[in-house]
Ligand binder design. Structure first.
Ligand code: ZN
Ligand code: ZN
Length: 165
């Protein structure tokens, strides 16, 4: 198994990636967080707890309470590297099936660092930097995916005028 390319918040900042926090209770995402914050210096992104501080009202009979739910850590590319859903540029989502708090990478582009160094062979497996589980990877944006330019392109090449989907 391949090693995950980084471990700490400082590494994430060095790769110009962003960290957002998603609350599964409020269905809200906040971020990017300030990776230069002293409290994050030298810390592994896995295992760092972000607690949701949104005030929630549980009906009018109760006083508002702070949500307090453990946030998911979502690592994302900066806006300039974001790949829109319609493009046939391969990227992969990565998540650990075991870690608590949950963490994920929303777009690990095949051609961009630091990911281009680990996708060196088809079906390469990557280990979680914290619990060493094999990470779950789901690929998107490859040729042949319906409703993407790659799908239309490969359809055009084989288009001999025959009818059919
Ligand atoms: Zn919340
Ligand atoms: Zn893990």
């Amino acid at each position: 198994m391949h090693a995950f390319p980084f471990q700490t918040f400082d590494d994430i900042a060095k790769h110009s990636l962003e960290v957002h926090i998603y609350c599964p209770n409020c269905h809200r995402q906040a971020g990017p967080i300030d990776l230069g914050d002293d409290r994050l210096r030298g810390r592994a992104f896995t295992g760092t707890r972000f607690v949701c501080s949104v005030d929630r009202a549980y009906g009018t009979a109760h006083r508002p309470r702070v949500c307090g739910c453990l946030g998911y850590i979502v690592i994302k590319p900066p806006a300039r590297d974001f790949i829109p859903p319609s493009r046939s540029i391969p990227w992969c989502s990565i998540e650990c099936p075991r870690c608590v708090p949950h963490w994920e990478v929303s777009q690990a582009a095949k051609h961009l660092p630091p990911w281009n160094r680990i996708w060196t062979a088809p079906s390469v497996r990557v280990a979680c930097p914290a619990c060493r589980s094999a990470l779950t990877t789901v690929w998107h944006g490859e040729d042949g995916i319906p409703f993407t330019p790659g799908y239309r392109r490969s359809n055009d090449q084989s288009d001999d005028g025959a009818v059919g989907p």
